[in-house]
Write a protein that binds this ligand. Structure first.
Ligand code: AMP
Length: 303
């Protein structure tokens, strides 16, 4: 089933204790789309880029079968830019710079053929833009939203308004504390679910992810890796694997949701192994399935 993805397409400057990478292709929707592309061939992207977004960048997305007809190119502007520096433990990072550029005046228009997408993934961008996109889609089966501290701090009321139309909300632990105003994650989850989304996923970086539904809490580990080079995009890659798996399910049950969390975690574990999108642009289905199985083994006990 088709997945419509809206979010940032970006150039990132990334600094980790192991090196740096400038002008790297990134952005929330880039990571989500690449990751989801291993689960379905119907991925539709809505976004905006500037004149510095070249053919090679589009080619990379097309090589994974991603439809970019909904990505507007503004010749007079520059693509969104973000710069971040990771701390020694790689679990925390500082944003050094955010330049909205072409996103500042972006008025999203969802092309007619995309308006019937069953799955909608509102990746990290201005919550007002997320809502504008959603308003153009007729009766989606499932709406997922991801955000980050930048928007929680700068547009909390707009975000809360958008959340009322969302089924599944994904954010990380520090963002959950920030949005709920409570340091305890279980309480935070209750407070945030009362804002609208019935299902909530709190990502905890190298400590895995928590899934909160009406049926309880599911805890997934993160894959124990010896070499982590760059965590940028891991959260979005998680979201791509998560929605990707759900998009191929006949019915979305609690079991499928739990499986989707493990597929999301498997995809995120690949993402951090190389800088930028390098690794998740060149995976094969067998290694994804292998890692998914390894995830299942991680907390299995044979009685
Ligand atoms: P993640 O590491 O999953 O949180 O996502 C990192 C990606 O999000 C980077 O590639 C950035 O270009 C993008 N990003 C960072 N800040 C923002 C923002 N305020 N709005 C939209 N995208 C952003």
């Amino acid at each position: 089933m088709a997945i419509l993805i809206v979010g940032s397409l970006a150039f990132d400057d990334i600094e980790t204790p192991f090196g740096r990478s400038d002008n790297t292709l990134g952005g929330s929707s880039t990571y989500i789309a690449l990751s989801a592309s291993y689960f379905t061939d119907k991925i539709q992207m809505v976004g905006v880029v500037g004149s510095d977004f070249e053919k090679q960048h589009f080619d990379l997305l097309h090589s994974r079968g991603i439809d970019t007809k909904g990505v507007q190119k503004i010749e007079e502007g520059k693509t969104f830019r973000w710069a971040g520096r990771y701390h020694y433990d790689m679990n925390t990072r500082d944003t050094l710079d955010t330049q909205l550029n072409v996103f500042a005046d972006f008025d999203p228009v969802v092309p007619e053929p995309y308006r019937h997408a069953e799955f909608v993934c509102l990746g990290n961008i201005d919550p007002e833009l997320q809502l504008k996109v959603l308003g153009q889609i007729s009766k989606p089966k499932l709406v997922i939203l991801d955000t980050m501290n930048f928007w929680i701090e700068s547009k909390p009321e707009e975000l809360k308004k958008t959340l009322q139309h969302v089924d599944i909300f994904i954010l990380n632990d520090s963002e959950a504390r920030l949005l709920s105003g409570d340091p305890n994650l279980v309480k935070s989850a209750r407070i945030i679910r009362e804002m609208g989304p019935k299902t909530l996923i709190i990502k905890k970086g190298e400590h895995g992810a928590l899934l909160f539904t009406d049926n309880g809490i599911f805890v997934a580990p993160a894959f124990p890796l010896e070499s982590i080079y760059d965590p940028t995009g891991a959260g979005d890659t998680f979201a791509g694997g998560f929605i990707g798996h759900l998009s191929r399910c006949e019915t979305i049950t609690d079991v499928e949701m739990r499986r989707a969390v493990l597929y999301g975690s498997a995809m995120a574990s690949f993402c951090v192994e190389k800088f930028g999108t390098e690794k998740i642009a060149s995976l094969d289905l067998l290694e994804i399935e292998d890692r998914y199985q390894s995830f299942r083994e991680l907390s299995r006990i044979d009685e």
